[in-house]
Design a protein around this ligand. Structure first.
Ligand SMILES: [Cu+2]
Length: 480
């Protein structure tokens, strides 16, 4: 999936050298024609919450217009990189890729930076196609409890913003996301750039991001189709906003001292179809480098690359406990004892009392035949956790329970008809659950979670998930 364009890398270096020689300042070291003089803007433009927009808002009208232009272009000239399908396939996974930059999306330590670049160039393309010079991408703030339905403008079958390739009950507005799907409190409280762990749980925005993909469902939950849906861009705009929220809380925690992160280039196209490359360093400060900010989010501190605040990578040590076999995750809950000897459990309680240490449940090598279409709320705690109504699958799981540690989901990776050979790893922080359990015998529980209609769960499991390996690891975080 990673894509390194050697020739474009060389061009980039030459341009840097040129800028050095001429004394020009390389602020956003990307080669692109200025569009409507966007780089020259003194103040950044604002990306707005979709909940404040209506069908007659200029942002909506321009988006619909640009989608029409780009879809027509995909038919008249499929190899034009500013066409709708070409742009979507940059995220997708056609095997082998038919065009430059197709199938290059990153769901690893480059997740946030790559998707920020992807949205930035898409936004500029929409500006050009719509002729709306200060158009900005709206965001779907699904992490706000009142915003768990698909935004109504995207459910109108007469609009360009509609897609029929979503779960019906989500698309007709009767169903909505559950509280566990949209809980980002764990993700925002962790001070380390956690997606380097491989992505995926309650302490990492990639987790809730993936739960939303799964629950909107059908094409939206399919790696190679999701970016064809106009809603995809608003979903990822919210993920980008959450990165911004996280950075404004924990500025200085990005891996800007890591040469493998700062040196990785990615290929995109500007609004004129011109190919270019970027690195994570080009997108850390949205206000100064990319000229946008989010409604309701203060701009994080500028964080230079390479970082002057050196973040020491955390260490991970295996904890000596061997898991019993975990049955496949299906419609019925899995509720099994974790026979941790009392002296080991006491050791774990000592570890979680240390603020530099986090105990993780790691699940690896997860596989399913097709997209399961559900998540599995995961609990570690006494036998009575979770409560009976949740265990029966009748009511949605509550992320506020101290024994809830995250949700199992698959998105692309590990799904046999999508990306069967990509590794999967989910990491669930256990500190809160272990402390709340104290010395009571521990159980491990997985309960399938569908979408919510009224107050009830509607759960349709399309495939079981097999877990290859489970282990406990201890992360030690140090700041140098
Ligand atoms: Cu995504």
């Amino acid at each position: 999936m990673r894509h390194r364009a050697q020739s474009t890398l060389k061009r980039r270096v030459n341009r840097r050298r040129f800028l050095k020689l001429t004394g020009a300042t390389a602020v956003a070291a990307v080669v692109s024609e200025p569009l409507f003089a966007i780089e020259a803007l003194a103040a950044p433009l604002t990306r707005h919450n979709i909940s404040g927009l209506t069908a007659s808002s200029k942002i909506i009208k321009s988006y619909e217009k640009a989608i029409g232009v780009m879809q027509a272009l995909s038919i008249s000239n499929p190899s034009d990189p500013t066409g709708w399908i070409y742009q979507a396939e940059i995220h997708g996974c056609p095997q082998p890729p038919a065009h430059t930059a197709w199938g290059t999306c990153q769901h690893n330590q480059f997740f946030w930076a790559w998707h920020r670049m992807y949205l930035y160039w898409f936004e500029r393309i929409i500006r050009k196609k719509s002729g709306d010079a200060d158009w900005t991408l709206p965001f779907w703030a699904w992490d706000t409890p009142s915003e768990r339905h698909i935004p109504p403008l995207f459910r109108d079958p007469t609009s360009k913003l509609f897609s029929s390739d979503r779960v019906d009950k989500m698309n007709d507005g009767t169903g909505h996301l559950g509280a566990t799907d949209t809980d980002v409190s764990g993700a925002l409280s962790d001070t380390y750039f956690t997606s380097t762990m491989g992505g995926g749980a309650n302490d990492d925005i990639q987790g809730p991001h993936g739960y939303v993909h799964v629950k909107v469902g059908k094409g939206f939950a399919d790696f190679s189709k999701t970016a064809k849906d106009p809603l995809f861009w608003l979903h990822h705009c919210n993920v980008d906003r959450l990165w911004q929220v996280w950075r404004s809380k924990h500025g200085g925690s990005d891996p800007t001292g890591d040469a493998s992160w700062t040196g990785q280039t990615f290929t995109f196209f500007d609004e004129n179809g011109k190919q270019l490359t970027m690195t994570g360093c080009d997108v850390l400060n949205t206000a100064t480098q990319l000229k946008y900010q989010y409604e309701g989010v203060s701009n994080p501190l500028a964080e230079p690359c390479p970082n002057t605040v050196h973040v020491v990578p955390p260490t991970f040590a295996p904890f000596p406990f061997t898991f019993p076999p975990i049955p496949p995750l299906a419609a019925q809950p899995v509720h099994i004892p974790l026979p941790i000897p009392p002296e080991l459990q006491r050791q774990l309680l000592n570890i979680v009392a240390d603020p530099t240490k986090t105990v993780y449940l790691q699940l690896a090598d997860l596989t399913a035949d097709v997209q399961p279409g559900v998540t599995w709320a995961t609990f570690v705690g006494p036998q009575s956790a979770p409560r009976p109504a949740v265990l029966s699958g009748k009511v949605p799981a509550d992320p506020q329970s101290p024994f809830y540690v995250g949700s199992v989901y698959l998105f692309g990776h590990g799904i046999k008809n999508e990306l069967p050979n990509m590794p999967t790893l989910l990491s669930f922080p256990l500190n809160r659950a272990l402390a709340a359990s104290s010395d009571r015998p521990l159980y491990l529980t997985f309960v399938a979670q569908g979408i919510v209609v009224g107050d009830a769960m509607v759960t349709q499991v399309n495939a079981n998930v097999k877990i290859g390996k489970a282990s406990i690891v201890v992360r030690t975080l140090k700041r140098g």
